[in-house]
Design a protein around this ligand. Structure first.
Ligand code: ADP
Ligand code: MG
Length: 264
């Protein structure tokens, strides 16, 4: 008997309209459809790529359960999304760690809420802090850290909940180019060892091509997915990937797709 395909994320016919303060309506997203297979042992890394204001964050927030779609539906692991849940973790561009808590306390926060006992919590947090390269900064407070380090804290905090789906909304958008590169490498390195699905929003073609298995190219507002492009490069990827000829070709192809999409 043919086995039924299971999807970890299913977005069907999602549209979202917002009423503006002057009473007029803005359609942020229209008929967005996306399916991500639930592949055992390895999640897919999907990039949502589009120009600023095309509705990418709106779609991601619907998956996070932070915003209800106007029409259509989102299912995660077969269940319709009704609100936020621990199966989904979100990392935003703005720094969202608790400034009054140390790095250690920030990373332990979710585990504490779950009632994980102190010793196990410490051990798990230490492991995550090590993974994101913050060993030695356990006692530091986020506002004393650089932007890149703060995002490391945010990633560790989010991973502590072990979400099935990691939602990232331009997480490196506020960082300088150098830091951005090192954070991309860090994310790839961490993700290679996990089996979560990642939905990663970006307006940066290079970032999308470097990180993702599949790039979903959005039209201008109201945003809809006009093209899905598979990115076949082997993993683990590294800085050499970025300078290879196939990478440049793929970059060009996605860029052209984005240009076409922005004109529709
Ligand atoms: P992107 O993330 O691609 O930059 P967004 O999803 O943030 O785009 O926004 C798409 C459009 O929807 C924008 O025109 C934005 O102003 C509008 N929008 C987003 N959120 C709201 C909201 N809560 N209320 C009103 N308008 C909104
Ligand atoms: Mg956005």
């Amino acid at each position: 008997m043919a086995e039924e395909l299971r999807y970890i994320v299913e977005i069907e016919g999602l549209s979202k309209r917002f009423q503006q303060p002057d009473g007029s309506w803005v359609e942020a997203a229209r008929d967005v459809n996306l399916k991500v297979l639930d592949a055992p042992g390895c999640g897919e890394f999907v990039a949502l790529l589009g120009p600023s204001g095309c509705g990418k964050s709106t779609v991601l927030k619907a998956v996070a359960g932070l915003q209800k779609p106007t029409t259509g539906s989102v299912r995660v692991d077969g269940k319709t999304v009704e609100g936020p849940g621990r199966d989904r973790g979100m990392v935003f561009q703005q720094y969202t760690s608790f400034d009054w808590m140390s790095v250690q306390a920030n990373v332990e926060y979710g585990l504490r809420l779950q009632g994980v006992r102190t010793q196990e919590r410490r051990a798990r947090a230490a492991e995550l802090i090590q993974q994101v390269g913050l060993t030695g900064f356990e006692g530091a407070y986020p506002q004393t850290l650089s932007g890149g380090m703060r995002q490391r804290v945010a990633i560790a905090r989010t991973l502590a909940n072990d979400p099935r789906v990691l939602l990232m909304d331009e997480p490196f958008g506020a960082l300088d180019a150098q830091t951005r590169w090192s954070m991309q490498l860090l994310l790839i390195d961490i993700w290679d060892r996990l089996d979560n699905t990642v939905l990663f929003v970006t307006h940066d073609v290079e970032e999308a091509v470097f990180l993702a298995d599949r790039v979903c190219v959005f039209s201008a507002r109201p945003g809809t997915i006009l093209e899905e492009i598979e990115i076949p490069f082997d993993r683990p990827r590294n800085l050499e990937t970025k300078t290879s000829a196939p990478f440049n070709e793929m970059h060009e192809r996605v860029l052209q797709s984005l240009k076409r999409a922005s004109q529709t």
